[in-house]
Design a protein around this ligand. Sequence first.
Ligand SMILES: [Zn+2]
Length: 276
Amino acid sequence: MSVEKPRFLKFRHEVPAHLRFNKYVLYYYRPITDWWGCLASLLYIHNETVNILTHALPPFIIFYYLPTMLPWDQLDTIPILPYLHVISCLSPWIGSTLYHLFMSHNSGLTTYKQLLAMDMFGIWVAQNCGTLPCVTAATYCFPPAWRYFTLMTFVIGSFFSCYKAVTAKSPWQRRFSFLFPFLFRLIIVILRVSKIARGSPKAMPHLLLQDVVAVVGGALGAWNIPERWYPGQFDLCLNSHNIMHVLVVYAAYEMHQAVSYDLLWISALNHGTQHC
Ligand SMILES: [Zn+2]
């Protein structure tokens, strides 16, 4: 093991092909190195530092607030969903942090693909386990057959989405692999607005905001805004991926708010203080 000095690579000629995913980020690429070298890159600033820190921090905040992040004593009649929600809050940051930290590992494309699949799996868990409480609340007052049909459709679609996410071969395939949970949430929102489906009214603005913020972040990333206008000027911070990282943290916070209200609403139904 050795701690390599930060002799940065330049995009042109030096960066391996699989790390050339943003042609507007030109400098400050870490040297290709071993596990220890990747870990040691936490000790200096490079063009992945912001990406690593923005997603390494949320798990610490979540663990700190875990005892109070949900009104646990009021959710005693809901056995699994609150715990699935905590997992969905944690999962995207762990995969993403490992991906950004170790992407310059010297074993090359194979390890890179495994890290990327791990990152995608974490996002999938957040997208689908994070949506399940809102789907459950929306269908809670449906006749049993319709309720189970809707939930089973969501679960089967989610597994298909997982397969597409971890086997995606391009950035656009990766984005489209999350189209299913996104469209399902959109349909649920429309059904809830039209009073066909139920759920906590307080959850609605958060349900909407969660996707609006995530779509804005995704669009900036897809179009490489703002670095495409000033190549090389946003290498260390404020490039589209940095902004997207911050926006998805905020989107996850909105998801947490929506799920909290819906869980409380389900709990009130179970306790008989709320009625369908
Ligand atoms: Zn990222």
